[in-house]
Design a protein around this ligand. Structure first.
Ligand code: BMA
Length: 318
């Protein structure tokens, strides 16, 4: 991957992750029917980028839209939501979809999202072209959120992280690992991480598709604390073992990004940064992280892989 969105760290900034100066890159009403566009996923596609976007409409219905971009910053989002072609026998009508992730595995793009099926669970569909999306069997029973696939098989099996939850705003939540021979039947569940103190004391959930590095799988994940004004969403990073990804090698004790700018603190749900996608340039080590801001708009922030790994080693608490 080359020429991902990028901006050097501002001279007066010493943080390991810094924001794009032109944030938010996607505004709330960029398409006619949307109330907000956030918690969305992008991937390299053809000569540019494609993505699946969480667009809550003016009824406040949560729907997924495909979109395309030449540079990863300026997006054309389809005005109409994705109509999934169901490959599920006896499937029930599509209820709602939110917080998508997109993962290229082998020959196609898989979208996982929080799918309404008698409560939230993890939906999955595949596409080759971001025009037609084939919906498969839900990955888990309700209730579950933040289903994030690994980009290749591990020990001969497909693998996913997820966060079992409830029907409400879930005041708890650990990250688990599960595997599958066929992306339909999932099992051999393993515990990965529990919430742990301060910014990540209430619940945690996997963010973008993990990035494979020499040190392990680099996972950005969100962590939530409960303040007297409600939930506050920040994000940090963990390094998971390459062959046994339920084993955590490093985990940032401080957050990497917390809601601090106006567009992260003011919106439909104040004080939320929620990463769902990351682009990684292998050679330069640049990483661009896409994140939802205050459940309203979409922003991007940047980090350097090796510097981040170094930071993780020095600031880790398991
Ligand atoms: C979670 C999800 C996210 C959202 C967050 C904050 O439960 O619904 O989509 O960003 O809450 O409202």
């Amino acid at each position: 991957m080359k020429n991902i969105p990028w901006e050097p760290r501002p001279v007066d900034c010493e943080d390991v992750v810094w924001r794009y100066s032109k944030n938010p890159i996607i505004h709330r009403n960029e398409i006619k029917r949307s109330n907000s566009i956030f918690n969305s996923a992008v991937v390299p596609f053809k000569d540019g980028y494609a993505g699946v976007f969480r667009c809550d409409d003016k009824r406040r219905e949560m729907l997924l839209h495909a979109g395309f971009s030449v540079d990863g910053v300026k997006w054309n989002i389809n005005p109409e939501p994705i109509e999934f072609q169901s490959e599920v026998e006896d499937s029930e009508p599509f209820e709602y979809g939110y917080d998508p992730r997109v993962c290229f595995i082998e020959d196609r793009y898989y979208v996982t999202w929080c799918n309404g099926y008698h409560g939230p669970t993890i939906g999955i569909a595949y596409t080759f072209d971001f025009e037609t999306f084939h919906q498969m069997e839900n990955i888990f029973l309700p209730y579950n959120r933040n289903g994030v696939l690994f980009p290749r098989k591990i020990n001969g099996k497909y693998a996913i992280l997820s966060r079992p939850s409830d029907t409400g705003h879930t005041a708890f939540g650990d990250i688990f690992y599960s595997e599958s021979p066929d992306l339909i039947h999932w099992g051999r569940h393993r515990h990965v991480m529990a919430p742990r103190g301060w910014w990540q004391s209430t619940k945690i959930g996997a963010g973008p598709v993990p990035i494979e590095t020499k040190e392990g799988w680099l996972l950005f994940y969100h962590g939530v604390l409960t303040s007297c004004n409600g939930y506050v969403y920040s994000f940090g990073a963990a390094m998971l073992d390459l062959n046994e990804p339920w084993k955590v090698k490093y985990r940032t004790e401080p957050y990497l990004l917390s809601p601090q700018t106006l567009y992260e603190c003011v919106g439909d749900v104040p004080n939320v940064v929620f990463p769902c996608a990351a682009l990684h340039e292998e050679e330069s080590g640049r990483i661009a992280i896409y994140y939802g801001c205050a459940d309203t708009v979409t922003g991007v922030c940047f980090t350097m892989r090796d510097e981040l790994i170094d930071f993780m080693k020095k600031n880790s608490k398991l």
